[in-house]
Design a protein around this ligand. Structure first.
Ligand SMILES: [Ca+2]
Ligand SMILES: [Zn+2]
Length: 185
């Protein structure tokens, strides 16, 4: 997730994050439009890879100061597809590790295809709980195989963090993208 302008802060920086570069390098970032029966069209954005295991689970190991925010993000996706994202355990073998980093760089969160979500304390440390949850939810979306939305700032998967005071719910576009990703697991 890239940065946006915190209220009264510096202008946003535009450099593309590593997660997006990986998807681009793989040449399989997909953006498609699908029709929902009798409803408005939703936009699907897939990242080209995911961290979901062969049993269709994403088992998460959290060692982070933002554990509560990661749990909130897990709940947001699981409210739409129950039981997919789980905490790792003895029997739920880890698929992604959530770890904190403190980097003066241009991203607040990053998901790596080798199995890590990095949350950047450099920014999250100064942000409110809602924004932290938005970042965690967004990064879990990448782990689920979703790419960046370019269509709406109200999508969780919009590429730039929404900073400032509200938890962004899953949009119709986020849900359709998850549906499409799920079919590929
Ligand atoms: Ca697993
Ligand atoms: Zn992102």
């Amino acid at each position: 997730m890239k940065l946006t302008r915190p209220l009264g802060g510096a202008p946003p920086r535009r450099k593309v994050g590593v997660g997006r570069l990986l998807a681009f390098a793989a040449g399989i970032a997909l953006v498609a439009s699908i029709a929902l029966a009798g409803e408005a069209r939703a936009v699907v954005y897939l990242g080209g890879w995911d961290l979901v295991d062969s049993g269709k689970h994403l088992d998460v190991d959290i060692s982070s100061a933002y554990r509560a925010n990661v749990l909130a993000g897990m709940n947001a996706w699981n409210a739409y597809k129950p039981g997919v994202i789980r905490l790792d355990s003895w029997t739920n073998i880890q698929d992604v590790a959530v770890r904190d980093v403190n980097l003066n760089t241009n991203w607040s969160g990053m998901t790596y295809k080798w199995g890590q979500i990095s949350l950047n304390t450099f920014y999250l440390g100064g942000w409110g709980q809602q924004t932290r949850t938005n970042v965690a939810t967004h990064e879990l979306g990448h782990a689920l195989g979703l790419g960046h939305s370019t269509v709406s700032t109200t999508d969780v998967m919009f590429g730039t963090a929404i900073v400032g005071g509200r938890v962004v719910p899953l949009s119709a576009n986020d849900k359709s993208s998850y549906d499409a990703a799920y079919k590929r697991y």
